[in-house]
Design a binder for this molecule. Structure first.
Ligand SMILES: Nc1ncnc2c1ncn2[C@@H]1O[C@H](COP(=O)(O)OP(=O)(O)OP(=O)(O)O)[C@@H](O)[C@H]1O
Length: 302
C-alpha cells in the first residue's frame, strides 16, 4: 500500500479562481477519507516556491500544484531531485504539462487520479540556468507570451487575441544552431525547445517528445503562407504537425542557439535571455504522478 502525506498548493487566482473549491471537493471524495493532507493557498507570485522549500522538510510524499502552467513550473522545478512525487490539478487556460501526463481537466477526476496512478521519473530541460518542464521557446511564441503578459485581462480569449495580433506583425528571424557537432543557420517563425509535446489544449508542437527519453526536442516552424493556414491549424491541433514540410523536430541532449534570442518564454511565462542560449536535458530528475501510465490502452507512454 502506498503511504500518502499530500500537500496541495493552490493558486487562487489561476484560471477562473476555481482553486477555492478544492477543500470542499476533497472532503466529498470517499477515497480521501483516510488520507493525510494539507492545503496551502498562495498569496503572491513566488509564494509557491517558498511553500515548497518549507515542505521539503515536512515528510510529504506528494506535492500537488493546483494552478496554471506558471504555478506548475514554480512548484515542479522546486521539487527537482527531492524524490517527492509531483502532480497537477489543472486550473489554467492551456495545461500542457498536465495533459501530457494524462491528468484529467475535471477537478474531481484529477483528485482521484492522484491516488490511483503510477509515478515515474521524468526529464527537465535547463535553459541558461532556468528550468522548463513543458515547452519553452523563442520567436513568435515568445513574442506572444510577452504581449499576453502585458494584457489586463488573462484567460484563453486574451491569449487567442495575442496570437492573432502578433501573427500579422512578427517577422521570421535567422538563428544559428549548434547541435550534435553540426552548425547551421536557418530562418524560423517559431523556435521551441520542448520537454513535453504540447503548449496546452492539445496544441502539439513536438509530436515526438517524451518526458522520459533523456532528450530535448528543438522544433522549427517556418511561417505558413496564408493559403497554408487552415491545414497548419488542423495539423497543429491534431498532433500531425510533422506532416508539414515547413516543420522540423530535432531530438538532442544539448543545443546551443545564437541570434536574437532576448525575448523568450519558459513554460509560457515571459523571460529575457542572452544569446548564446545553452539548452540541455537533465534526465530523470523529477518524480511525477503519471495517470497516462495507469491506463489500460496499449502503448501509452509519457
Ligand atoms: N495569490 C496570488 N496573487 C497574485 N499572483 C499569484 C498568486 N499566486 C500565484 N501567483 C502568480 O500567478 C501567476 C499565474 O499563475 P498560473 O500560470 O498558475 O495561472 P494562469 O495564468 O491563470 O494560467 P495559464 O498560464 O495556464 O493561463 C504565476 O506566475 C504565479 O506566480
Amino acid at each position: 500500500m502506498v503511504h500518502y502525506r499530500i500537500l496541495f498548493i493552490v493558486n487562487p487566482i489561476s484560471g477562473f479562481g476555481l482553486g477555492w473549491e478544492i477543500p470542499y471537493r476533497i472532503r466529498h471524495i470517499a477515497a480521501y477519507k483516510d488520507i493525510e493532507y494539507n492545503i496551502r493557498f498562495t498569496e503572491y507570485a513566488g509564494h509557491a516556491k517558498e511553500i515548497v522549500e518549507q515542505a521539503k522538510h515536512q515528510n510529504y510524499t506528494h506535492i500537488i500544484a493546483a494552478g496554471g502552467d506558471g504555478t506548475v513550473n514554480e512548484i515542479g522545478t522546486a521539487l527537482i531531485n527531492t524524490g517527492i512525487a509531483f502532480g497537477v490539478i489543472s486550473l489554467g487556460s492551456g495545461n500542457g504539462f498536465a495533459r501530457h501526463l494524462g491528468f484529467s481537466q475535471m477537478m474531481n477526476k484529477a483528485l482521484k487520479q492522484i491516488l490511483k496512478s503510477e509515478t515515474t521519473d521524468i526529464d527537465v530541460v535547463e535553459i541558461n540556468g532556468h528550468y522548463s518542464l513543458n515547452v519553452s521557446g523563442f520567436g513568435f511564441d515568445a513574442e506572444v507570451a510577452h504581449f499576453f503578459s502585458r494584457m489586463k485581462i488573462r484567460g484563453i480569449f486574451s491569449y487567442i487575441y495575442s496570437i492573432i495580433h502578433m501573427w500579422f506583425r512578427y517577422p521570421s528571424k535567422r538563428y544559428v544552431f549548434h547541435i550534435d557537432g553540426k552548425t547551421w543557420e536557418e530562418d524560423c517563425f517559431v523556435l521551441s525547445v520542448a520537454n513535453s509535446s504540447q503548449y496546452g489544449n492539445n496544441a502539439s508542437i513536438a509530436p515526438k517528445a517524451s518526458l522520459r527519453d533523456g532528450l530535448v526536442d528543438v522544433c522549427i516552424l517556418k511561417r505558413p503562407k496564408y493559403y497554408q493556414i487552415p491545414r497548419f491549424l488542423y495539423c497543429f491541433m491534431n498532433s500531425k504537425i510533422a506532416r508539414l514540410p515547413y516543420f522540423s523536430e530535432i531530438q538532442c541532449k544539448e543545443a546551443i542557439l545564437e541570434g536574437d534570442l532576448n525575448k523568450a518564454h519558459i513554460d509560457g511565462d515571459p523571460y529575457i535571455l542572452e544569446s548564446p542560449v545553452k539548452v540541455k536535458v537533465l534526465p530523470g530528475v523529477l518524480k511525477v504522478i503519471a495517470p497516462k501510465l495507469s491506463r489500460k490502452k496499449k502503448n501509452m507512454t509519457v
